[in-house]
Design a protein around this ligand. Structure first.
Ligand code: AMP
Ligand code: MN
Ligand code: MN
Length: 319
């Protein structure tokens, strides 16, 4: 499949990512947007996403991202890196109102909510899936830089289990386009602000292990978050650091988004199926990284998650 086949007769196109966009969401949406603007200039293309601050401003055309939808009557609307229709951010209503929709994604929990769906659960990132539907020779340096950003972020700089030979080959082909890949990794992925380091420290300091040290959790209240003055997007990487605790198979990081409502991040190392656990509570994602939103006190949330995780431990021990 080539994106060109889908653009036949399309005069007005919309592209949208998911709520609280991450590096892969920004990279895959902007990679696709740049590619279409450069190679199909006759198409009126709009890209929609919540603000990501200035973190990804090095990506070409970030100033074209629309945070609100004013336009209507799209011939085609494409969601990228969106696992679930409910998670389409600002463009939810207009996506629903469009007849021709295409979903490009890599979440195992994706049920194929669009008219046409390209969902590749084994892919490292939506950016890798986007690369595979483009003509390699038509990919510019700008498009390559965006897609490389997405791959770096969603593969944890080529270390998560979703990284394949193909991921590396795609990354190599993108690097050949000639952008500065070192700064994407150092400044875009590893660097943290002072307050990000402080709140990471706080979350680690207050983390608690359970199930004989095989699980770890940490919770941040709204008061904690307000005290440090961080946005929700700045909390990325905490679940990942918890996962790296020696002996831990499964890490849980939760933070309060509203009174008694928590955003949950789950990570595992070898066998716990995070997608299955998150799925019980209306969320999803990947086998080694998934998320959901849960209501109740911190105790309720952790107890409910621990119950489902323990079932998986018992199941694994029995086998
Ligand atoms: P996070 O813990 O937010 O970094 O998310 C880990 C993975 O799970 C990402 O690929 C997300 O897209 C996915 N995910 C997070 N929250 C949800 C949710 N509520 N529903 C479906 N997928 C989710
Ligand atoms: Mn994403
Ligand atoms: Mn992704």
């Amino acid at each position: 499949m080539n994106i060109q086949d889908k653009l036949f007769n399309v005069k007005k196109l919309g592209i949208a990512g998911h709520v609280r966009p991450d590096g892969d969401c920004v990279g895959s949406c902007m990679g696709l947007y740049n590619y279409i603007c450069e190679n199909f200039p006759q198409i009126e293309t709009h890209v929609y996403m919540e603000s990501t601050g200035d973190r990804f401003n090095y990506i070409n055309n970030m100033d074209k991202v629309e945070e609100e939808v004013v336009d209507t009557d799209f011939d085609l609307f494409i969601s990228v890196d969106v696992s679930d229709k409910e998670r389409i951010g600002v463009a939810y209503d207009v996506f629903n109102a469009t007849t021709n929709t295409l979903c490009i994604d890599h979440h195992i929990s994706n049920d194929g909510f669009a008219k046409e769906n390209i969902v590749v659960p084994l892919a490292s990132s939506a950016s890798e899936v986007v690369f595979d539907i483009l003509d390699e020779e038509k990919i510019s340096k700008d498009t390559a830089e965006a897609l490389y950003t997405g791959i770096v972020h969603d593969s944890g700089v080529f270390k998560y289990s979703s990284t394949s030979r193909h991921t590396m080959e795609v990354a190599g082909k993108l690097i050949d386009k000639g952008f500065n890949f070192q700064s994407i990794i150092d400044d875009g992925f590893y660097s943290r602000s002072y307050i990000q380091n402080k709140i990471l420290g706080r979350a680690l300091l207050e983390s608690i292990v359970f199930l004989d040290g095989k699980c770890i959790f940490s919770a941040l209240s709204k008061e904690n978050i307000n005290f440090y003055g961080v946005t929700h997007q700045e909390l990325g990487g905490i679940a990942e650091q918890l996962r790296l605790t020696r002996g831990v198979e499964c890490a849980i990081f939760i933070y309060e988004t509203n009174d008694f409502e928590y955003k949950v991040s789950l990570r595992s190392n070898n066998f716990i199926d995070c997608n299955e656990v998150a799925g019980y509570f209306g969320g999803g994602g990947h086998i080694r990284a998934a998320g959901c939103t849960m209501k109740g006190t911190t105790h309720d949330v952790i107890n409910n998650l621990a119950e489902k995780i323990e079932i998986q431990f018992l199941r694994t021990e029995a086998n």
